[in-house]
Design a protein. Sequence first.
Length: 307
Amino acid sequence: MHVKIPRVPLVATLAAVVAAAALLAVPIPLRAPASAGFIRIPEAARGPAAPTAPTTPNATTPPASAAPEGTPAATVPGATPPGTRAPVVDHGPRTGNKVALTFDADMTDAMRNQLRSGAVRSYANLKIIDLLERERVPATFFLTGKWVEQYPDVTRRLAGNPRFELANHTYGHLAFTPDCYGLPRIAEREMTADVARTFDVVAAYGGRQTRYFRFPGLCHDRKALAALAPLGVTVVDGDVVSGDPFAKSWRPVVRASLDGVRPGSVIILHVTEANAPMTDEALPHILAGLAERGLEPAPLSEVLGLG
Ligand SMILES: [Zn+2]
């Protein structure tokens, strides 16, 4: 049994900044052997009722090649049968040469207040988007509803890029477990509606919609996963944590992104500028390092669906 390693989320409180800084020193191991497949069911969800077979949510590859019997052909990447517990994915199959660059777009009330007071200029790092567009790099964006509402024009730009996929990162980046890096907690009875509302907010922009979902701070337990069951989603954690929140230099971000990256990897980055100020400087080096390793960024649905 592997030990779950805490990972670094993007959070807004000072206490969390300190906690995140401490976590940056923690080496990030590969968390699952390739033979274990790429769907990880967390400890809290294991048991007789836990699903025993992974699903392969992907609309761009023939479903017959990988989907287990009983899984309906997905029309949207990440879609799973509503009513079943959401699968949790760390990475795709370790074959081929594709990796996923994923960018989280957090927006808490505290962050919004920082913007409104003028203390912070931007939580939308346009230099990242410029670079991805210029270099024609595919990427997947996990959007909070409040970030979308703060940045409708940027969201339109993301949705308008055929190389970008859009995914769900909750409405207001609240914690879905009791102890999640100091983030304010959402009530259990509000979880399902929060995530559903975010899908609605993002859906209005069109583009490459998905049913991929990422918890704030990657914090989830049995109750949080149960709350998602009606929504038919795939939970995507990731296997490469860049540690870009509150980074003081681009170098550790590059190192963390490239150490341990393998075919099928899902790299976690942030597009939140003021809270992840080095990501745009790190990104060219990350792209160069991936190319040196023969790895190629691809939309998340392609990375998870390969094999
Ligand atoms: Zn986040």
